[in-house]
Ligand binder design. Structure first.
Ligand SMILES: Cc1cc2nc3c(=O)[nH]c(=O)nc-3n(C[C@H](O)[C@H](O)[C@H](O)COP(=O)(O)O)c2cc1C
Length: 348
């Protein structure tokens, strides 16, 4: 928590517990691939093959490699992850949220905020590291690789879209089994982080990623869309290109410390709300997206992310029509979550 992202990538993970041995049959499907359970790790802590190998061993069966770029980018300096006093209304985009010192007694269910800035290792590194992740997977586990194009001030839209296609082809060649395009990071410049709110551009990117991914299933990672109109526009614009939509990324919120100043420092007024507090927002999005897909006869499946911190919450996502649920921050604080989910409900 008090070291840089790069330090954590180079030195982590620190885990000295016993790796569980619970075995389940690989009798479920995730976009046509056999999986032990429809639960796994969202783009977050799969920083490299060492991290991925631990989470695979801990029984997270759908594993997402944290978003990679076409060029290396450093993370924002620490702090990158803080906890909140409370989050009275996780749906309110105007709320000013106050951080609390330290780590709460129950960090799995607590409301947290993240400000990492979507870093990436160098393509030479991740191109060699993705095959090592594949090699670490057990029977009934699958690897998603998340990608994002980099938008500088001078990047025009055609180049931005083309870079998504190139990245999809690169991760396919490296061994990804599914390609996820991240259209939604809350802590990067507007163009990269809010693509999901621009359905026309999201549609172009989905088509480009599909071309680059070839036969692999294509997923789009989006943030919360508050209205059915916006959700309908996004789903229609990407239908036929994206096989699935992963929702939600951490909603962007104003975050202050006890004195009312930006808790992550100047220029980092906003951070992404994650963990227990976002579950209701994610569940609402999943329910509405599933209803629109069914109503309009669209082809996408919905993958649920956001506060999937208990077996009951994972079950609630599946009952809402999601084809799988993934955890990010809860997986950091409860490494046995996948085992508990499978033990509590073998049908997941
Ligand atoms: C340490 C960390 C790193 C993350 N990095 C990414 C990322 O690279 N790409 C992405 O799409 N989402 C990223 N996320 C967002 C998560 O995938 C997820 O959408 C969000 O945290 C909400 O889920 P949660 O409540 O399970 O944490 C990250 C989250 C965490 C905690």
């Amino acid at each position: 928590m008090d070291r840089s992202f790069e330090w954590n990538a180079a030195n982590g993970p620190a885990f000295d517990g016993a790796v569980p041995t619970l075995a389940t049959p690989a009798d479920k499907r995730f976009f046509g691939l056999a999986v032990n359970a429809r639960f796994g790790l969202a783009a977050s802590l799969g920083l490299n093959a060492r991290w991925m190998s631990l989470y695979a061993g801990l029984g997270f069966d759908i594993l997402t490699y944290k978003t990679v770029r076409r060029r290396a980018k450093l993370a924002l300096p620490p702090p990158n992850w803080l906890f909140l006093e409370e989050c009275a209304d996780p749906f309110d985009p105007t709320a000013e949220l106050r951080v609390r010192p330290g780590i709460p007694a129950d960090p799995v269910q607590a409301a947290a905020v993240g400000s990492i800035g979507m870093p990436s290792s160098d393509p030479d590194f991740w191109h060699a590291d993705i095959p090592a992740c594949r090699a670490a997977l057990r029977t009934g586990q699958v690897l998603i690789v998340s990608v994002v194009a980099t938008a500088d001030d001078g990047t025009d839209e055609d180049a931005f879209v083309a870079e998504f296609e190139e990245l999809a082809a690169m991760v396919r060649q490296a061994g990804a089994q599914l390609v996820e395009a991240n259209l939604s990071c809350p802590n990067v410049q507007r163009r990269e982080g809010e693509v999901y709110t621009d359905s026309r551009l999201a549609g172009r990117i989905a088509a480009a990623v599909k071309r680059g991914a070839g036969p692999l299933p294509v997923l789009l990672k989006i943030g919360a869309l508050a209205t059915d109109e916006a959700m309908t526009a996004l789903l229609h614009a990407t239908d036929g290109h994206a096989d699935g939509v992963v929702m939600i990324n951490a909603p962007s919120r104003l975050v202050v410390d006890g004195t009312g100043t930006p808790a992550f420092g100047p220029g980092r007024e906003r951070a992404g709300l994650m963990g227990g507090a976002v579950h209701d927002v994610a569940l609402d999005c999943v329910r509405r997206a599933v209803a629109i897909v069914q109503r309009d006869g669209l082809g996408q499946q919905i993958v649920a992310v956001g506060g999937a911190s208990t077996p009951q919450r994972v079950r609630a996502f599946l009952d809402a029509g999601a084809c799988a649920a993934l955890a990010a921050s809860p997986a950091a604080w409860n490494p046995f979550l996948a085992q508990q989910v499978k033990h509590a409900d073998p049908t997941i």
